[in-house]
Design a protein around this ligand. Sequence first.
Ligand code: AHR
Length: 329
Amino acid sequence: MKLVKTLLAASLGALIAASAASAVQAKQITIGFSQIGAESEWRTANTNDVKAAAKAHNINLKFSDAQQKQENQIKAIRTFIAQKVDLIGFVPIVATGWDNVLREAKRAKIPVLVMDRDLTVSDPSLYVAKIGTDSVTEGKKAFEWLDDYVTKNNIKPRNGGDKLNIVILEGTVGASATTGRAKGFNTALKNSPNKDRYKILASQTGDFTRQKGQEVMESFLKSYRNDIDILFAMNDDMALGAIQSIEAAGLKPSKDIIIVSVDGVKGIFQAMKDGKSNVTVECNPLQGDLFFTTAEKILKGESVPKSVFVEEGVYPAEKAAEVLPTRKY
Ligand code: AHR
């Protein structure tokens, strides 16, 4: 009898849970999403993917473009709270400065799901989870590919000195994609048995844009035209801008200056195919499906891991012609 009662209680419980879940499913979910802007080919692909995935998941998406300003993201999040959306998603343009607005979301009982970049908050319960990319690993992969390439091809400094000179185009100041890639790259360099082979000559932000990448590379070349051996650009757009400056300075990109960048957009595959760049470390912008799948789980009360990473590869120039037609972004 006791067993029958237990079984009856269990099936009643399951029935209540199932009908609560289908009630959640029946109501269309509204998600407010604050995007950084449109600074790069990568970001445009990320935005397009978020919008397409929202449609595929039948989500009512309130999309807001912050035009590169954290204050606009904070305003958008406050608007989403006032609109009582079911969940808030955002890409933190910089890592810090989110505590107050996320506390407001928490008080309003609206879960927050972070996409792409990391953030630093005083209380980790201010957001449920982050899905996106692993920028430290991207920086590490970039240096490891470079070190291997230099060794295998016995690359020597152009100026006849004893160090291979590296210049770095950094991303947006304070963004986790910048600090993470710098950390991964510098740590791998420090730990390399070949570390004495390299010198970082200059490092400056190009803000993840093609135009600034071009401008900053132009100024690097004015100071060190005959000394630069390697460019590490923290995204493909800055590398593409830099290629224009390298050519304008009468040098051959990928030959006189080895170019390593991050993202994997079609533009850099074309440049590699044309013999103008050496490698791209993928940073996958196609995060929309994972984002909305995770959001649906959160809204059903299911637990999700605090960090979920998307898959990312490394594509050297010799693969470019074969891979370019298959690239989705
Ligand atoms: O956060 C990802 C980075 O942001 C990408 O590398 C870059 O292209 C974008 O602007």
